[in-house]
Design a protein around this ligand. Sequence first.
Ligand code: SF4
Length: 69
Amino acid sequence: MYRVEVDRNLCSSTSNCVEDAPLAFEMGEDGIARAISGAAPDEVLRGAQSCPVEAIRVYDIASGKRVFP
Ligand code: SF4
């Protein structure tokens, strides 16, 4: 399982992550993307990789290591 962080200072509200991985990300009412808990790892990574500003950081919960970027 992954832990996902969206950097609110970097997110520029492009919605790429939501379009490419709608099961893992949604747009908040503040216009900043947020992670949907329990999403499948491949969906999480697809969304993270679609972000043009690398605002999405993905960590492996078991090891604590950063998986992306
Ligand atoms: S793709 Fe990146 S910049 Fe665009 S909404 Fe998602 S987190 Fe924000």
